[in-house]
Design a protein around this ligand. Structure first.
Ligand SMILES: NC(=O)c1ccc[n+]([C@@H]2O[C@H](COP(=O)([O-])OP(=O)(O)OC[C@H]3O[C@@H](n4cnc5c(N)ncnc54)[C@H](O)[C@@H]3O)[C@@H](O)[C@H]2O)c1
Length: 247
């Protein structure tokens, strides 16, 4: 259970982030949502969190901007107290073959998925060190582990998240702070709803469990890594992909 803990979920307004926010709340954690999208969506999710009997705080924050990140983290601390669990979930895609991918497409995806994850960790790093406790869970992707045509920017960013996860795990281990990643496969969210549906159906045929995942499937793995049962796990990557990518 996570009673008395505060969880901060980036990109928590919808999709996988929303499922994570609700799962952690159902286990008793107070939840902060930082999202760059429509504030009404973040507020609606915060309302669903509160309905589970815990506190919620939502603020608009673009995680690529360190000033916004530091300001938002300060507001979260003011509203809910210090952060115990940081879930770096916010992410974007700009898929196209590398031939057509512009330098701006590359920068935009690296900036949110990788730099944004780093900035969030940086903003809470000293707090975690001082507390000598904390959990960081980064949402990577199997695309970062195996590559995916049309996703040079995205798979590079997610491979970067895995490297960042392992480095932070090593840096903060002596302070009793763990850092792990969850690598989802194909999950039913607004992100995949925007993909080419024929290509998605084709990819699904190669999933051993024969279905796309649900946001809740990812949230379960995050909740495990955030809980007491995962105290001795750090620097790991858990795939939640129906067996799509087996190493
Ligand atoms: N859906 C999948 O199949 C899948 C597979 C593997 C990994 N993932 C990863 O899971 C995470 C969540 O994906 P999703 O499918 O729920 O996506 P989504 O597009 O439904 O939700 C992403 C959320 O992140 C927010 N966001 C985007 N840029 C932001 C920024 N700069 N600052 C703050 N918030 C920002 C959006 O407003 C949105 O609410 C992402 O990191 C994604 O890469 C998703």
């Amino acid at each position: 259970m996570l009673q008395g803990k505060v969880a901060l979920v980036t990109g928590g307004a919808r999709g996988i982030g929303k499922a994570i926010a609700l799962k952690l709340a159902s286990l008793g954690a107070d939840v902060a949502i930082l999202d760059a999208g429509d504030p009404a969506l973040s507020e609606a999710t915060a309302g669903e969190v509160r309905a589970l009997g815990v506190k919620a705080f939502a603020a608009r924050c673009d995680i690529t901007d360190f000033d916004q990140v530091t300001e938002a983290v300060a507001k979260v601390k003011e509203a809910l107290g210090g952060v115990d669990i940081l879930v770096n979930n916010a992410g974007i895609t700009r898929d196209k073959l590398a031939l057509r991918m512009t330098p701006e497409d590359f920068d935009a995806v690296l900036s949110v998925n990788l730099k944004g994850t780093f900035l969030m960790i940086k903003a809470l790093y000293a707090d975690f060190m001082k507390k000598r406790a904390g959990r960081i869970v980064n949402i990577a992707s199997i695309s970062g582990l195996m590559g995916n045509a049309g996703q040079a920017n995205y798979s590079a960013s997610k491979a970067g998240v895995v490297g960042l996860t392992k480095t932070i795990a090593r840096e903060l281990a002596a302070r009793n702070v763990t850092c792990n990643a969850v690598a989802p496969g194909f999950i039913e969210t607004p992100m995949t709803a925007n993909m080419n549906q024929d290509a998605l159906q084709e990819a699904c045929k190669a999933i051993p469990l024969r279905r796309m995942g649900k946001p809740e499937d990812v949230a379960e793995a995050v909740a495990f890594l955030a809980g007491d049962g995962a105290a001795y796990i750090t620097g790991s990557v858990i795939n939640v992909d129906g067996g799509f990518f087996m190493r």
